[in-house]
Design a protein around this ligand. Sequence first.
Ligand code: MN
Ligand code: MN
Length: 402
Amino acid sequence: MSEFTRRSFIGKTAVAIGSFAALQKVVGADLSKTDPGPANHELDGQNPDSMWPPATDTKELVQAFKYPFSFANKRTYEGGWSREVTIREFPVSKTMAGVNMRLTAGGFRELHWHTASEWAIMLYGSARLTAIDLDGKSFVADVNKNDLWFFPPGLPHSIQGLNPDGCEFMLVFDDGNFSESDTVLLSDTIGHLPPEVLAKNFAVGQEAFKNVPKEELFIFQADLPGSLAVDQKVAAGARGKSPQNLVFRTMEMPPTLKTKGGDVRIVDSSNFKVSTTAMALVTVHPGGLRELHWHPNADEWQYYISGKGRMTVVATGNKARTMDFQAGDVGYVQKTLLHYIENTGDTDLVFLEMFGKVDRFQDLSFSEWLAHTPPEAVMAHLRIDKATFDAIPKNGGVVMPL
Ligand code: MN
Ligand code: MN
């Protein structure tokens, strides 16, 4: 043993799987933080807080609250693709489901409707939307990166990629069980109706429908649409355009709150009237922290757009877990559970906080709560001095530092 330093000895034994118990006795080394068995080192590297959790995490387990879209199976078509994360693969996500979709230029997500409401953000490129409102009035609009749209339950709609390279977007549904496979498609409906009924309904001869698709289209390649103004005018007809705006231009509004640590844009029914899904688009600069907080009115569904971060969720019953996130991951926090999101990378961390079936974004700041409780009460609980109490921010920072 004498020619080995302790350090190089541990290094060699960590790769040469042997009798660790015996070796520990020899050198007295603590090898408990080694993992000599089979491993997926790339995934381990992306999940350092699961590999070696912080000491404040509990041995009592907390249900996983991360699911990467990388694990989701793509449904591919000529014209684009779709993949989804629902309660089926992500059991904690009871109240919301996400669908990530790509459409080529001209690629159509076909005319359809569904029971859940559809909230969406454009992540790349641009698309043309069509819908009608409850008065049968037409809505046609083009959306670009960071624009939002909202289709209430049952309203029929379509999405088509535009030049130069179509689009990619994230759809968020206010039901964890919702699947894009469970939508009512124009192609399905028409393919399952007797031709004589179609003829009567549309007041044409049966021959007119002889070429309708026999199988669902879902996504298909089509020609690019013409000008927006013409589409809007023709679709509206004599009835006129819908007075409702189903689109929200996120970047045309200034941040709701901006600090040294980052900023947040909150979009809910107070500024996007039609939407019953609330959103916070959060940017946390390197070293910054989305402050400790919780949400009193809904579970939170997260989508990580860029950067790297980690989140600890403190669950009830003396349980806590920390997980790591990066672009393309979904996170989830159950209603009222305390959490923070820390930027652990060297670029901006950007993510969505989504809340289904609520009028308003609501959060309670851990700092504000403590700062607005009598000092003696807080000091007695936390065994902190008055100077520390006085330092607690009085107005929640949302993103720290202030
Ligand atoms: Mn839809
Ligand atoms: Mn939150």
